[in-house]
Design a protein around this ligand. Structure first.
Ligand SMILES: [Zn+2]
Length: 392
């Protein structure tokens, strides 16, 4: 009898140790940073690796996967459908953004993070209403519906967003001033870079002139700062505050790094539940469309500076997962034989097979807590599903 009891106790002890160790092994992902390089395929990454002598952020990522980027109706996705797959885990038809192929509104990983009590943020170096960020909070049948997208942004529930595209918020056919709507909902809204950098606010939207968020013109048509924007409420409030006159500060080459650091600082302040932050580097796509090797390399170096910064951040914040991928490849970017010598005076010059998107798989790089889940070959739709499973 005594012996049986001691065996039972020993068994219980084994079980306790086993369950303890499995709970300990399970990733504890409190914070998620989802970094999307629009159009960033293997060619773009190759151009960086060859042009950069020091160790890149990509080389520091211990986990690498492959992402099949098809949309519901095409091997080659556009940005709205590509963004929707990465945001909501559903493939939709090209053109649709945040909707399933039947036109139903989708719940995204950003919404799911909010439902878990996490703070959420969006940082982009394009308009806040562009297809990729819109896929996380809006539902429209066309990326061109920018006024509808801006209206849906006002109910996105994000705590922090920094990007461009003021036109869509104030120069509207319906004459609404959506900066006033946002202020009404408790946001601080800033229209200049120094105000964004200096704000102590826990809940703010930065809608900056395009020149502040773009390194240089990529040749794509983008909405700039609105003419006559002083009529909107955010501008009137700024002109009455101490930030007035500081709007000439512009740092487009380090914008994404600084905006991301500001968003992380804000989202993690007094926050036990964690956060979800989506960052998009949008212009890699533009250089791919333009078949501009020099521009692509410069853009990839800036992307890499951001990536290194985020890797260092995750090292300091252990419950954080960093996932890096692309919505699709752009340009059919390749490196054909040029005869140039490695390390010689001729620059790395990429080749291109299209001025559009291509359907080849794109890389996934993962770092930090739970990163192992992103090793292997997966569909674009698997990525947000895995993030959802990991978020605690
Ligand atoms: Zn594109």
């Amino acid at each position: 009898m005594k012996k049986k009891a001691s065996v039972a106790i020993a068994l219980l002890a084994v079980l306790a140790v086993t369950s303890c160790s499995s709970a300990k092994d399970e990733p504890q992902v409190k914070n998620v940073i989802y970094l999307i390089g629009d159009g960033m395929g293997f060619g773009a990454v190759t151009s960086l690796l060859l042009a950069e002598d020091s160790v890149t952020g990509f080389e520091q990522a211990p986990v690498i996967g492959l992402n099949e980027t098809c949309s519901a109706n095409n091997y080659v996705t556009d940005s709205p459908a590509g963004g929707t797959a990465l945001a909501a885990g559903v493939r939709t038809r090209n053109g649709y953004c945040g909707l399933d192929p039947e036109g139903n509104r989708l719940t995204t990983i950003l919404h799911k993070a909010q439902a878990m009590g996490k703070k959420t943020g969006i940082v982009v170096n394009t308009t806040l209403t562009e297809a990729t960020p819109a896929a996380f909070y809006a539902g429209v049948t066309s990326r061109g519906m920018t006024y509808e997208i801006a209206e849906q942004f006002t109910v996105s529930g994000v705590d922090v967003a920094i990007g461009s595209g003021l036109d869509h918020f104030i120069s509207r056919p319906d004459s609404l001033d959506l900066t006033a709507t946002l202020i009404d909902k408790g946001y601080d809204v800033y229209l200049n870079w120094s105000a964004v950098l200096n704000t102590p606010s826990d809940k703010f939207i930065g809608i900056l002139p395009m020149a502040d968020v773009h390194r240089q013109e990529s040749g794509r048509k983008e909405a700039g700062a609105a003419a006559g924007h002083e009529v909107c409420l955010a501008a009137r409030l700024a002109s009455a505050s101490e930030d007035a006159g500081a709007s000439d500060l512009s740092e487009p080459t380090v914008y994404l790094q600084k905006a991301s650091a500001k968003a992380l600082e804000t989202l993690s302040r007094d926050n036990d539940n964690g956060y979800f932050l989506m960052i998009e580097s949008a212009l890699i796509d533009g250089y791919g469309h333009n078949n501009d090797s020099e521009g692509m390399i410069a853009e990839m170096k800036e992307f890499d500076a951001l990536l290194r910064q985020l890797v260092a951040y995750v090292d300091q914040h252990p419950e954080t997962l960093l996932v890096v991928t692309a919505d699709h490849e752009t340009g059919g970017t390749w490196l054909n034989y040029t005869g140039y010598e490695v390390g010689g005076s001729s620059p790395v010059t990429m080749s291109y097979s299209t001025r559009g998107h291509s359907g080849v798989v794109v890389p996934i790089f993962a770092y930090g807590e739970g990163a192992e889940a992103f090793a292997g070959v997966m569909k674009n739709t698997d990525i947000p599903k895995k993030i959802e499973q990991l978020m605690k």
